[in-house]
Design a protein around this ligand. Structure first.
Ligand code: MN
Length: 129
């Protein structure tokens, strides 16, 4: 067994940019352990991931705010506090905040994440019902 302590005083939050659009802070909850990685991810309004897939899968649990999750070729689905999403192996998707709200979700990623291209503004807007 391993216990990973909660957030430590003075620990720096990491601002991500290479695989995200807009201001996104990724705060580690559990570093990769036996292929499982857990992060709290804070999206500012309009911010989102790039397109990507997960080697095994991913669980998203929405803590606060409002956002969207979108599978390639489908309409985006709304994310609200209390929602839990399972993204299966290899399913190409993105997730992020709504245009008018921040979003905080916990992401439990299993296996490696394969990052692809940016979700451009046209795709971000077109995906929303
Ligand atoms: Mn994902």
């Amino acid at each position: 067994m391993k216990i990973f302590p909660g957030r430590q005083s003075g620990a720096a939050s990491e601002l991500k940019s290479a695989t995200f659009t807009g201001q996104v802070i990724v705060d580690p909850v559990m570093p990769t352990t036996d292929g499982v990685t857990i992060n709290n991810v804070f999206f500012s309004p309009g911010a989102r991931t790039y397109w990507h897939t997960h080697e095994v899968g991913q669980v998203l649990t929405v803590i606060a705010g409002q956002g969207w999750v979108c599978v390639d070729g489908e309409t985006a689905q709304p994310l609200r506090p209390g929602d839990t999403v399972w993204i299966p192996q290899g399913e190409r998707h993105w997730h992020g905040a709504a245009a008018g709200s921040y979003l905080l979700h916990t992401a439990i990623s299993i296996g490696k994440t394969e990052w692809q291209e940016e979700v451009d503004n046209a795709d971000y807007q077109a995906a929303q019902p």
